[in-house]
Design a protein around this ligand. Structure first.
Ligand code: SAM
Length: 266
């Protein structure tokens, strides 16, 4: 699927829940968010059928995200349903890693190929402050479990304020080197203010090569993380939503006042 700027749109990110078991200061308010109603959340069958059609239209790469994908009940079953779609060459998940030790092997067996794990600090006290509740050791155990299960390569998403020379970022880099993990630095963004930048170590944020579509857990297909544009797959039908999202994918991001990282998934 080529858009009008000749970008080959072959990457679908699916947010499978708006819920999260952490409250990272840069992502979610401390009191949490107004949760979606159960009936608004896409069912597994809807997600599978939509993904199937997206793959028939040229998607080859799928990432499962959230909220926190591992808090969606039955996530292993959903991964198995998605991995059964012929034509997906790369199936990955972005997770905070907290629950990963319980799921890594089953996810691998269900067809997940690799994981990105969010980690902004290797200091337990700082981790508890950033996440407003998290236990860093759970993430370390999750990383070990992902390695043992063969969910490779493991990429670490490290959010920074300004520069990868910040002390915490350098410590995360050392940890990654010592543990054979790839690192990507994501500058803290503000979608509402239109503050976004390129991901160091990835292609995110570079509009000229953006190949992504994003599906929210309540069925809004977004052609751009940094724009309000979205298409309701239940109202429009899957095929029409995909067609419109490709046709109207903006050349470049601007602002997004209708979504946030916790419901789009980054
Ligand atoms: N819960 C999962 C996790 O923590 O990886 C997946 C969802 S989370 C929203 C996806 C990614 O978005 C994480 O790597 C997170 O650090 C990043 N993120 C969240 N808010 C952000 C912000 N304001 N600026 C930059 N990245 C952000």
């Amino acid at each position: 699927m080529y858009d009008r700027f000749n970008r080959n749109i072959n990457y679908l990110r699916i947010s499978v829940t708006d819920r999260c078991n952490l409250r990272c200061t840069y992502c979610m308010p401390e009191e949490g968010i107004k949760l979606l109603r159960h009936e608004d959340i896409l069912s597994f069958d809807e997600i599978r059928d939509f993904t199937d059609l997206a793959v028939a239209n040229g998607v080859t790469k799928v990432r499962i995200t959230g909220g926190e994908p591992l808090v969606r009940k039955g996530i292993v079953t959903l991964v198995r349903m998605i991995s059964g779609i012929k034509g997906i060459m790369d199936l990955s998940m972005t997770t905070n890693g907290v629950l990963l030790k319980h799921f890594a092997k089953d996810l691998r067996d269900a067809g997940l190929q690799r994981v990105n794990i969010s980690l902004d600090t290797v200091d337990p006290d700082k981790f508890a402050v950033i996440t407003r509740s998290g236990n860093l050791n759970d993430v370390f155990e999750g990383i070990d479990a992902a390695k043992a299960a063969g969910l490779l390569p493991i990429k670490i998403n490290c959010v920074i304020c300004e520069s990868k020379e910040e002390i915490e970022a350098k410590k995360v880099m050392r940890y990654c080197k010592d543990n054979d993990l790839e690192i990507r630095y994501i500058r803290q963004m503000d979608l509402v203010k239109g503050h976004f930048s390129m991901v160091d170590g990835g292609t995110g944020g570079d509009c000229s090569v953006c190949n992504r579509l994003r599906l929210t857990s309540n069925g809004k297909l977004k052609p751009c993380l940094f724009s309000n544009t979205e298409f309701d797959i239940r109202k429009l039908g899957y095929g029409e939503a995909i067609k419109l999202a490709i046709e109207l994918k903006p050349a470049c991001g601007s602002v997004n006042e209708t979504g946030a990282f916790y419901n789009i998934g980054g």
